[in-house]
Design a binder for this molecule. Sequence first.
Ligand SMILES: Nc1ncnc2c1ncn2[C@@H]1O[C@H](COP(=O)(O)OP(=O)(O)O)[C@@H](O)[C@H]1O
Ligand SMILES: [Mg+2]
Length: 281
Amino acid sequence: MVSLRRRPLFTPIPSADNLLRMRRIAITNLKGGVGKTTTAVNLAAGLARRLEPQGERVLLVDLDPQVEASASSWLAAPQGSPMFLEALLERGDLYDLVSPSPVPGLDLIPGHPSLARAEIMLAGEPGSEAAFQRCIQSLPDRWRVAIFDTPPAQGWLMHSALAAASDVLVVIESGAMALGSLVGLDRVIRLVRERLNPQLELFGVLQSRADTRTRLYREVAELLAEQFGPQAMQTVIRSDVRLLEAPGHRQDIFTYAPSSRAAQDFEQLAAEVAQRLDLGR
Ligand SMILES: Nc1ncnc2c1ncn2[C@@H]1O[C@H](COP(=O)(O)OP(=O)(O)O)[C@@H](O)[C@H]1O
Ligand SMILES: [Mg+2]
């Protein structure tokens, strides 16, 4: 049974001060299985490893109701809570759901299956996609970067993540279908920017599960550079079986296989993202 804390009838609109400092990166693609969750977990872990010595922290927020394959079950499987949905309904605090992760400097807000009902429960409320943004705004100023892992399909949860984000990192599976998976996403990003969040920026397009020895890979890389210029990420995440194994051990790639090429790739990705966000070191 969920305990509901009584709230005043009119809660004050939270100040957006903490959002000035916290970069919020939504990891998206309209498709599943492209490496979004893998990127969310290991980019968050890589950034936390870099930032923790400077006394800064990273927050990973899991917006995927399919928790078995989600970022939060990848790391230490903290129990998610239906209070996430209650927080969206303004009957609870997202802050109560923050739990430490095994990675120093990284905190988690785990997803929960009940998130799948959020859209239905909030249907009819004006601007309901701003509910998650409001929850994020009400968090204390404790994290330098937040990473949002999103569900594979377009819908309320993805739009909510984009409404609350400052940046979008699009993950594509390297290969013949790579650019095809971007069709539609540019329109979604444009509409979110126009209607919900004018500050939203395309941070980057990242190739994942790449086989860098193939001609196809080089062709995709050239096309991305042509189409996205500086937003085509320099880092590429290569295919590595260690990334298939790590979630079963509930460990990020730096803990599970520190000398793997996947760990090297995510180290490089964290460095590239930190540099572009001007996070120092
Ligand atoms: N670079 C990679 N090399 C090998 N396997 C990968 C790689 N990236 C992701 N995977 C595997 O592919 C599957 C889907 O990845 P996931 O990150 O869950 O995708 P999404 O979140 O987009 O649905 C998982 O089994 C994951 O372990
Ligand atoms: Mg996923």
